[in-house]
Design a binder for this molecule. Structure first.
Ligand SMILES: Cc1cc2nc3c(=O)[nH]c(=O)nc-3n(C[C@H](O)[C@H](O)[C@H](O)COP(=O)(O)OP(=O)(O)OC[C@H]3O[C@@H](n4cnc5c(N)ncnc54)[C@H](O)[C@@H]3O)c2cc1C
Length: 544
């Protein structure tokens, strides 16, 4: 049979599309490489309001490697490691941190002003409203009837560190922002989360519940990876899919590629849509020569510093949520827009006993200017694409992350915070990743370490000496701050930008010289590579 629409990837976007399009009567085939999570049978780690699922390798692409480190100033390749992207029904929404923070209106208006009609703030707001059931706010900025609950922890329930950090920032002149999704000034606000008081609500749960799954016009195919799109001349006609029983071809009137920001360009390039020269070199027949596919990769760099907490200030066991409050602030760095960073207080840094006693203070760059790319290493679908984030390659990003780390350090030196914490640490990343894996072994190991750290202060200090730092000394040491950022800042799970939307010709709007462009902070393209006046690199994707 020929489906009306074939959707590649049942992630956050794919589930919503499949749910809405099938509701509208379209014959939809939704194809997901990962396992299904049938309604009512989601594992406890997925349902957990604390994102325990983060560390579970069963929910992620096993062989995806990315260059995650900053480019060393001395030259050479950035540090590469396994990079987590969801491979499971619901995609990222089944495993992510559930932070449901909207972009700022100026982000969407910037897209509109670049030519992406229909994506300005006034255009997207109705869709934000339609998808949410905000349990705290009503009115023109919020929805009450959507499938995704949004709620926040009341300030009275914040753990001690969150409350004290808020007081520090109020004293420094920041106000309280009750509704970070509706009030867009800087300030300390409550983190909106997509969960009920009992469990996570993923896009799969929200849009593909029992009623949706009973629709005869919706077929969901799981454990099935799309190898490539099929074409009739230059028009997509379906996809070739590796299922449990072998290769199958499915036909459709329209093909939607919603395989995430790293796999969507990979599927397109394997299918002949991308930079012609590179594709031909790999033996791929070129269908559409679009050098922009895989380019423009962006992410939110993050840097965290940890603090061991005494039992009295640890997050209460009864408070399961991990996101309580964050500070949205403007760096004021030349060439950067306002509200460009968040400082988040994470009272409980992992699901296990040690995580409950180690808080993380993190600086997150929410408007980064560095750009990376995704390219094919092979035409073989079993070979993952090459992912290069080129984090902090734009000087403005490095500068803001250094200042972000300084701000974290300065918070940790405030007397009220000093009284509420023990040592400040730069933890061993390999240990953190190992313990994050939700299993009995990690729980036992973390309990042992946590118990050892309950020792009297002199012994604890000795045990932590190899990872402890003095935040006051660090805040005053520009060189060390930069070194730490270059070595330890990394990407969050938020890659975007590799399949640009918009009318053909959008990029031609930005044909200023690089020098003129750099001088214009209002320019959204802002990197030399993106600024090339290239009609060949125009976006080809339409918004659905
Ligand atoms: C660890 C982590 C934490 C995060 N925390 C937050 C947060 O707190 N708040 C927030 O807003 N965002 C968060 N994100 C980001 C958010 O989850 C993503 O932005 C979002 O899920 C992207 O949606 P998507 O549909 O584009 O891609 P995804 O949700 O990644 O879905 C893509 C789907 O396509 C499937 N797929 C890929 N290739 C193929 C193929 N060839 N054939 C078939 N299927 C394929 C994948 O298996 C996947 O299920 C986080 C992400 C991660 C990884």
């Amino acid at each position: 049979m020929t489906y009306d629409i074939l959707i590649i990837g049942a992630g956050t976007a794919g589930c919503a599309l499949a749910g809405r399009l099938s509701e509208a009567g379209k014959h939809v085939l939704l194809i997901e490489a990962g396992h299904d999570l049938p309604p009512g049978q989601e594992p406890a780690t997925v349902l957990d309001r604390y994102p325990t699922s983060y560390g579970d390798p069963r929910y992620f692409w096993p062989n995806l490697i990315a260059e995650v480190g900053a480019t060393p100033k001395t030259g050479g390749a950035p540090f590469a490691r396994r990079y987590e992207q969801a491979c499971i029904m619901g995609g990222g929404s089944s495993i992510n941190g559930m932070v449901a923070l909207r972009g700022l209106p100026r982000d969407y208006d910037e897209w509109r002003d670049l030519g992406l009609n229909g994506w300005g703030w006034d255009d997207v707001l109705p869709f934000f409203r339609r998808m949410e059931q905000d349990l705290d706010f009503d009115g023109p900025l919020h929805g009450r009837d959507g499938p995704i609950p949004i709620r926040r922890c009341p300030a009275e329930t914040w753990p001690p560190l969150s409350r004290l950090a808020a007081e520090v920032f109020y004293a420094r002149g920041y106000g309280f922002v009750d509704d970070l999704n509706g009030e867009f000034q800087d300030g300390m606000g409550r983190v909106p989360m997509s969960s009920t008081r009992k469990h996570r609500v993923s896009s799969a749960q929200a849009y593909l519940g029992p009623a949706a799954r009973r629709r005869s016009n919706l077929r969901i195919l799981v454990d099935a990876a799309v190898e490539r799109i099929t074409w009739d001349d230059a028009r997509a006609t379906g996809a070739i899919v590796r299922t449990k029983t072998g290769l199958e071809t499915f036909a459709a009137g329209e093909v939607v590629v919603s395989a995430g920001s790293l796999h969507s360009p990979a599927v397109l390039m394997r299918s002949g849509v991308g930079p012609a020269g590179a594709l031909r070199a790999l033996g791929v027949d070129v269908v559409h020569d679009h050098p922009g596919v895989g380019q423009n990769l962006q992410n939110h760099p993050a840097i965290q510093i940890a603090a061991h907490l005494p039992r009295r200030t640890a997050q209460p066991v009864a408070l399961r949520e991990w996101g309580q409050n964050l500070l949205r602030y403007s760096t004021g760095v030349e060439g950067c827009v306002g509200g460009d960073m968040n400082l988040a207080i994470v009272n409980k840094s992992s699901w296990h006993p040690l995580g409950r006693r180690v808080a993380g203070i993190g600086a997150y760059l929410t408007k980064a200017y560095s750009r990376g790319d995704v390219s094919l290493q092979s035409a073989d679908p079993a070979v993952e694409p090459m992912v290069r984030f080129r984090l902090l390659s734009d000087e403005r990003d490095l500068k803001r992350m250094v200042e972000g780390l300084r701000l974290c350090c300065s918070l940790l030196t405030e007397p009220a915070i000093v009284a509420a914490r023990n040592e400040v640490l730069l933890p061993d990343a390999a240990l953190v990743r190992r313990l994050n894996r939700p299993c009995l072994k990690s729980w036992i190991e973390s309990l042992m370490i946590s118990t050892a750290l309950n020792a009297p202060a002199p012994i604890r200090r000795r045990l932590l000496a190899h990872v402890a730092v003095d935040p006051a000394a660090l805040a005053a040491d520009d060189e060390s701050l930069e070194q730490i950022v270059l070595q330890r800042a990394g990407p969050t799970g938020h890659p975007v930008g590799t399949c640009r939307m918009g009318p053909v010709g959008t990029e031609a709007r930005c044909s200023t010289s690089v020098a003129a462009c750099a001088a214009s902070p209002a320019c959204g393209w802002s990197t030399a590579r993106s600024c090339r006046p290239s009609s060949a690199a125009t976006p080809i994707f339409r918004s659905v």
